[in-house]
Design a protein around this ligand. Structure first.
Ligand code: M6R
Length: 609
């Protein structure tokens, strides 16, 4: 949560700071601020609200200078207010700090600092940094930051500028992401790649414990003890356009439409055309390793957890391996019974989710092999895991996850088929059929997206609802959960996802004519049972919106609305069925006038527990 940026170079810092913060707004958007240095003076502008509000303020209160830092906030300590907005200052207003993370011992530090005469202006944990650095500052900002960091417990990505040393930015990282972008004669810092993509594709990923000094001459990285650390420069392959809306009204809609190509890229290079053999060379898993694994545990949060739930079903079905999915926050503290024969698969778009990271640490501590399915290259979880498979979805900016989910699912399918193949559970013929069907999914998704106007019409009919139910059986159940989560997130309508058979054990009491019930009714062995559930809803006056396979005329006679998806193997249907539900949530939110890409109270990466 929270995004930070910084600039040092020959140009005015402000345009990049504002633009970079806009690209990071998905990380938090309740208040924002910038600070620059010019002619030895600090200039600070901050306010409650979004970056657009900050821009308005900057029209009357611009901040000059070619060195600056900025922040967009998702409140943890202290409500969104002017005083709690970053940057935070020391007592003498000689230095300012922006911070992403949580300082766990801030109360204790704050009290000690107050006892020593420091005056606090905000309720944030971050402000302790400003005062700690102030106390340690004796002519060397880098050393003062290093000293200050030794006193704190918790997580941080931070940037500091001081009028005492006006030619530099000090940046540091522990637990929250931070990168340095290397441009022509200029340096950038940012919490995430999209902020700098337009300016450079050359980045250095800071690691925990790194403290960087950025000056017009270049960047140097040290550890907390002051020893130099050699860092590599990596090249980012994302195209700058991928972080723009590209003519769509929202990132969410753009990202929904990007799914066919995103899935193509996810599959590309991982399937051998002739043999249908699936390979993930990046995992360094030999055939013997695969055969030695006796259990698979998926761990994740939110939408990524839903991908893990499908993973559980797929590994049981294709690989006949005991598999389960665990909420990362529960798994990490629950004394899980795992060992070196357990494969733990962390699924995460951002690679920065605190609970998922904790689950990876726990898995490794117990001797399990922990791999990650991740979208963001170089992210913390990608680097902490024993192996990583990238989803190749490109940057996902909308807070509601869409293309990250379907590309995660694609990897989960490929892994499950690979395990089934290597464990000799799937025959060559079965493998070839599944792989071929998976390869056809992107084109079928394009077909699915042609149904968008129908989904929009349905949204028009139900956008006034206050509650809704999503039902599915088998692999339709995770999609029911995901459809409900999408609706909650972007439209603020209360929605519940349920295994359809469970409806009669409670939720059926809620059904009346005002309750839209979305039913995943795609073709497969549970189809008749789902039809039974549709009848039960209709008998109680509920409105049924069914997602069904093309050619299913029976459902049209029973449901109020039907959204058709192309026919495919039953187990692959989730990849198609989720897309109309993403669109439904999107159009309902549009009609309700919601902030679709930045829903209230949410942030894209949840880097706090
Ligand atoms: O980056 P991650 O995949 O680890 O994020 C996990 C969840 O926070 C995320 O999926 C969240 O539920 C999304 N907002 C869902 O749309």
């Amino acid at each position: 949560m929270c995004g930070i940026v910084g600039y040092i170079g020959p140009k005015a810092a402000l345009p990049f700071l504002v633009e970079g913060l806009k690209k990071l707004e998905y990380r938090g958007y309740d208040s924002a601020g910038v600070a620059t240095l010019e002619a030895g003076e600090l200039h600070v502008s901050k306010c409650v609200g979004k970056i657009a509000d900050l821009e308005t303020l900057l029209l009357t209160k611009p901040v000059p200078g070619s060195i600056g830092i900025g922040h967009t906030r998702w409140a943890t300590h202290g409500q969104p207010s002017h005083l709690n907005s970053h940057p935070h200052e020391d007592c003498k207003s000689e230095l300012v700090v922006v911070h992403n993370g949580i300082i766990e011992n801030f109360l204790e530090l704050r009290q000690e600092l107050q006892e020593r005469g420091h005056v606090f202006r905000s309720a944030t944990d971050t402000e302790v940094f400003a005062h700690l650095i102030e106390e340690n500052l004796q002519g060397d900002l880098l050393k003062a930051v290093q000293q200050a960091l030794k006193a704190v417990k918790g997580t941080y990505a931070l940037a500091v500028i001081s009028k005492k040393e006006p030619g530099k930015i000090i940046a540091a990282r522990s637990g929250s992401p931070l990168i340095i972008g290397h441009g022509e004669d200029e340096l950038f810092i940012a919490s995430d790649i999209p902020a700098i993509l337009k300016y450079t594709s050359r980045v250095t990923y800071l690691d925990n414990g790194d403290v960087a000094e950025l000056t017009p001459e270049g960047s140097r990285v040290f550890n907390l003890a002051g020893d130099p650390v050699i860092k590599e420069i990596s090249l980012i392959s994302w195209d700058p356009e991928s972080a723009e809306k590209g003519g769509y009204s929202h990132f969410m809609l753009k990202e929904i439409h990007e799914q066919p190509n995103a899935i193509r890229k996810t599959i590309e290079g991982r399937v051998r055309a002739e043999s249908h053999e699936i390979h993930f060379d990046e995992l360094n898993l030999s055939d013997a390793d695969i055969r030695g694994i006796n259990r698979v545990v998926f761990t994740a949060c939110g939408t990524s957890w839903h991908a893990g739930l499908i993973g559980e079903y797929l590994f049981e079905q294709y690989a006949r391996l005991p598999a389960e999915v665990e909420y990362a926050a529960e798994f990490r503290y629950r004394h899980p019974i795992i060992d070196d024969k357990t494969l733990v698969v962390a699924i995460t778009q951002s690679g920065e989710t605190a609970d998922t990271l904790g689950a990876v640490w726990e898995a490794k501590a117990q001797g399990a092999r922990a791999i990650a399915i991740c979208n963001v290259v170089g992210s913390t979880i990608a680097r902490e895991a024993d192996g990583v498979v990238y989803t190749n979805a490109g940057p996902e900016i909308g807070v509601a996850s869409t293309k990250a989910f379907t590309t995660q699912l694609t990897i989960v399918y490929l892994l499950a088929i690979m395990f089934g193949q290597k464990r000799a559970i799937l025959t060559e013929l079965e493998t070839a059929k599944l792989v071929n069907d998976l390869i056809e999914i992107p084109q079928k998704l394009e077909e699915t997206l042609l149904g968008e106007p129908i989904v929009e019409e349905i949204a028009e009919k139900i956008y006034g609802a206050t509650n809704s139910l999503y039902l599915g059986r088998g692999k339709g159940f995770p999609i029911a959960l995901e459809g409900a989560l999408k609706l909650k997130e972007v439209s603020y309508i209360h929605a519940e996802g349920y295994p359809a058979a469970e409806m009669k054990h409670g939720p059926i009491a809620l059904i009346d004519k005002n309750m839209p019930v979305v039913v995943l009714a795609f073709a497969g062995r549970r189809y008749d049972k789902i039809i039974g559930n549709v009848e039960e809803v209709k008998a109680r006056g509920g409105q049924v919106i069914a997602v069904a396979s093309k050619g299913d005329n029976l459902i049209a006679e029973r449901a109020d609305e039907v959204i058709y998806i192309p026919q495919t193997t039953e187990s692959l249907s989730p990849l198609l069925a989720v897309v109309p539900l993403q669109l439904l949530a999107y159009y309902i939110a549009v009609k309700r006038g919601c902030h679709i890409d930045q829903p209230r109270n949410l942030a894209k990466s949840v880097t706090v527990e």
